[in-house]
Design a protein around this ligand. Structure first.
Ligand code: TYM
Length: 336
């Protein structure tokens, strides 16, 4: 039986944080057992905001190592670097010419990031969701497991696929497979430690707002100690007036692998002074094995290079078939 496929990626900008882990990577780990998994480092996306060329390659390798350290099994999943396959940029160009500009202008992430960059906003930042659509549609995945913030980009991907199918495909043989987003409720929105109404983000200038996967124990404990809280006594989930309380309980639940009911009962009558050390402890315990494995992997560049070479070959064998089909449908001649 042919296994269904998943595809997802992360931008190698800065360190990965708990939101990337709980919103994305942890779900991939569960899914890789059952699905054919294609997981990549979105390094073409990484230059849509100002970047440091001296760090791009190293950061990309580190994200690959982090996938594996978190539990992605390279023997099962195909792990690859986006920029190692020219098909992504090429399909993105074809999509560019077929996507209405106003579909991109309403993307929330563009509007948010554009405000921060003022006059330096690049065309790449606006065009980013089209590249993302190419990333996805090249591999014909059934599901795309991501955090909540990617929902709108996946809707755009589906819109682009449907538009091309309508214009260039036929009912019997659609040109592109229309994928479904997979956004798991648990972990889909990990919020900032400084403000429970904003998501935890790599681009937040304050390091205190997030926990990086490579933060050492003392840093984790300190960040949790300083995390924003409130004056209430007792801790409970789902209170819109207490976003920080909900977020920290949620993190505790996910990292200690307990049920919501168990955490609610355990913490109902706690104060912050009692709860925060438990949360810090649970975080340190959950991240310790990942950090140990990451350090080992970062010391074995040859092993990582081998994984990425294999990944690229397997990815290319799928991506090039889709790209050729789209080019044929658009009327291009094939190279002789
Ligand atoms: P990126 O690099 O911003 O984030 C990678 C993944 O982490 C999830 N995520 C979060 N989940 C929960 N809470 C948070 N605070 C949080 N912050 C980030 C994101 O939802 C995402 O799943 N455009 C993508 C990269 C990309 C991609 C793709 C993803 C490029 N092409 C094709 C899927 C398929 C991005 O910038 O993710």
């Amino acid at each position: 039986m042919v296994r269904q496929r998943i595809l997802s990626g992360i931008q190698p900008t800065g360190n990965l944080h708990l939101g990337n882990y709980l919103g994305a990577i942890r779900n991939w780990i569960d899914l890789q057992q059952e699905y054919d998994a294609f997981l990549f480092m979105a390094d073409l996306h990484a230059i849509t905001v100002p970047h440091d060329p001296r760090r791009l390659a190293a950061d990309t390798y580190k994200v690959a190592a982090t996938y594996i350290a978190c539990g992605i099994d390279p023997a099962r999943a195909t792990i690859f670097v986006q920029s190692h396959l020219s098909a992504h940029a090429e399909l993105a160009w074809l999509f560019n010419c077929l996507t209405p500009l106003n579909w991109l202008e309403r993307m929330i992430q563009f509007k948010e990031k554009a405000v921060k960059q003022g006059e330096n906003v690049s065309i790449g930042l606006l065009d980013y969701p089209v590249l993302q659509a190419a990333d996805i549609l090249l591999y014909e995945p059934d599901l795309v497991p991501v955090g909540e913030d990617q929902k709108q980009h996946l809707e755009l991907t589906r819109d682009i696929a449907n538009r091309l199918n309508f214009q260039y495909g036929s009912q019997e043989s659609p040109l592109l497979k229309v994928p479904e987003p997979l956004i798991r409720e648990a972990g889909a929105r990990v919020m900032s430690l400084s403000d429970g109404t904003r998501k935890m983000s790599k681009s937040d200038p304050s390091e205190q707002s997030r926990i990086d996967l490579s933060d050492p124990p003392e840093v984790i404990i300190k960040k949790i100690k300083r995390a924003k809280t409130d004056q209430e006594r007792g801790l409970w989930f789902d209170d819109p007036a207490r976003p920080e309380c909900h977020n920290l309980l949620n993190l505790y639940m996910l990292l200690s692998q307990q049920s919501k009911a168990a955490v609610a009962a355990e913490c109902a009558s706690m104060g912050w002074g009692q709860f925060k050390p438990r949360l810090g402890e649970a975080m340190v315990t959950a991240l310790a094995p990942i950090q140990t494995r990451l350090a080992e992997l970062m010391g074995d560049r040859t092993y990582l290079e081998g994984i990425l070479r294999q990944g690229r070959e397997k990815a290319a064998s799928v991506a090039n078939v889709t790209l050729t089909r789209v080019k044929d449908a658009l009327g291009y001649s094939r190279p002789l």
